[in-house]
Design a protein around this ligand. Structure first.
Ligand code: ARG
Length: 460
């Protein structure tokens, strides 16, 4: 045998390159504190069912607590020869408490251990991500409420369509993020299931009590099937899918911020602390934060495809392939947390340039639909109204005049139905106020929607 923990049946030591190639400790040490948490619960359960004595349990728990201290202090010495986080910690435990340390692994395998560690770790991380999502939503709702009366052009095909309120636009963002938040909390339910007890794949011959371990670790329940428990990583895929959709949304928001901060749009300003300059062009102030969020979206999509591909052909149950689940998951988490923090910090600091937004809404004939609706109310069929307004717009384009800038006589060239009351509907304020139903852009509706969004957030 060799001196490896599994070396009994081996007649020569592992090739030095293979040892490095198969090791995961450089990255899976990030699971260390959750590995210890899982081991303490496992040892506690083993004592409860009298597989360990109370003294053995106490020695194990004390040893693990000391190791946790070493890891937190940064004095723990990780060894590539010990392959992964699990064997590093177990070897150190045995170094500290002797033979009792070797009993910790009774009724357990690294297969159910690693699956448990990732779930415990991810559950904690999900709670952090959830708090950041709540902070971002809060910022959007507050800004939307404040900007319920601010008028901007709404776009389709990025061409001026109809006036909307800035508050309404911000609440559209909030809806996207609220759905992402729901997806995350739904994902958490499936993360929160305990693999321990599945052992290598078939379960264990010891009289374990999985309900005890699950309860100690705050899991909803033990996993139903041992083969599935050790091999399933779809919970990690699901988190990465949530992340991809979230970043798709943040990327859309980013794109709008990049457009809006340009001199050509000039709809908003971002404070200097969220921007950077150019090393050659002294006048520049670049929206780097939204640009980078837009860019980082791609790497998370990549991790989603990477994890799906990692799993797609694996036969049951555990395969070493699964060691490759960690780096994409960790990087997804780091990316999502960074992007969310940037957005949650930045959103409350967005400075709307109201005059410039309203001016833009005034250009581009954004009240043309209102004029058509006005004609319909006076008895004109909608298709005819559409044609009449189309001709008015063509006239306006030739003369360089918005609809609201035309005289009554000018407007009446196209339809004698038009009367002096037309000017009420041609104002931007009249246009948005008229869209006065749930989900509409009227300022009162925006304020009511902001209140409902705030209530939904409070009941989370
Ligand atoms: N480092 C391994 C992983 O991340 C732990 C489980 C190893 N199990 C095994 N039978 N080799 O997947």
């Amino acid at each position: 045998g060799t001196n490896q923990s599994w070396g009994g049946r081996f007649s020569e030591p592992t090739d030095a390159f293979v040892e490095r190639f198969t090791a995961s400790v450089d990255f899976d040490q990030r699971l260390a504190l959750h590995d210890i948490q899982g081991s303490i619960a496992h040892a506690t359960m083993l004592a409860r069912v009298e597989v360990l004595t109370d003294e053995e349990r106490d020695a194990i728990i004390e040893g693990l607590a000391e190791i946790r201290g070493e890891i937190e202090a940064g004095t723990f010495e990780w060894s590539v020869a010990l392959e992964d986080v699990h064997m590093n910690i177990e070897a150190r435990l045995t170094e500290k408490i002797g033979i009792t340390g070797k009993k910790l692994h009774t009724g357990r395998s690294r297969n159910d251990q690693v699956a448990t560690d990732i779930r415990l770790f991810l559950r904690d991380e999900i709670d952090k991500v959830s708090a950041e999502l709540a902070r971002l939503r809060e910022g959007l709702i507050t800004l939307a409420d404040r900007e319920a009366d601010t008028i901007m052009p709404g776009f389709t095909h990025l061409q001026t369509a109809q006036p909307v309120t800035f508050g309404h636009h911000l609440l559209a963002w909030q809806e996207m993020i609220a759905r992402d938040h729901e997806r995350l909390l739904d994902c958490r339910r499936r993360v929160n299931v305990m693999p321990l007890g599945a052992a290598a794949l078939a379960g264990t011959t010891y009289p374990i009590d999985r309900h005890v371990t699950a309860e100690l670790l705050g899991f909803e329940r033990p996993a139903e099937n041992s083969l599935d428990a050790v091999s399933d990583r779809d919970f990690a895929i699901e988190f990465t899918a949530f992340s991809s959709i979230l970043l798709m949304h943040l990327s859309r928001m980013s794109e709008e911020l990049v457009l809006w901060t340009s001199a050509q749009f000039a709809f908003v300003d971002l404070p200097d602390r969220f921007c950077t300059g150019s090393s050659i062009m002294p006048q520049k102030k670049n929206p780097d934060v939204p640009e980078l969020v837009r860019g980082k979206t791609g790497r998370v999509y990549g991790h989603l495809i990477g994890l799906l591909t990692l799993m797609k052909s694996q036969p049951l149950a555990y395969n070493k392939d699964n060691q490759e689940d960690k780096e994409p998951l960790f990087d997804t988490l780091d990316t999502v947390k960074g992007c969310l923090r940037a957005f949650a910090d930045m959103v409350p600091a967005i400075e709307p340039r109201k005059t410039s937004m309203t001016e833009a809404a005034r250009r581009g004939f954004s009240t043309a639909t209102d004029l058509a609706d006005y004609l319909v109310r006076k008895g004109v069929a909608f298709r005819d109204a559409h044609e009449i307004v189309g001709q008015s717009v063509a006239f306006g384009l030739r003369e360089g005049k918005d609809l609201s800038e035309m005289t009554l006589e000018e407007l009446r060239q196209f339809s004698a139905t038009i009367e002096a009351d037309v000017f009420d509907v041609l104002t931007l304020e009249g246009s948005v106020a008229a869209r006065n139903h749930i989900g509409g852009t009227a300022p009162d509706q925006v304020r009511a929607a902001a209140q409902r969004a705030r209530d939904a957030l409070a009941t989370l």
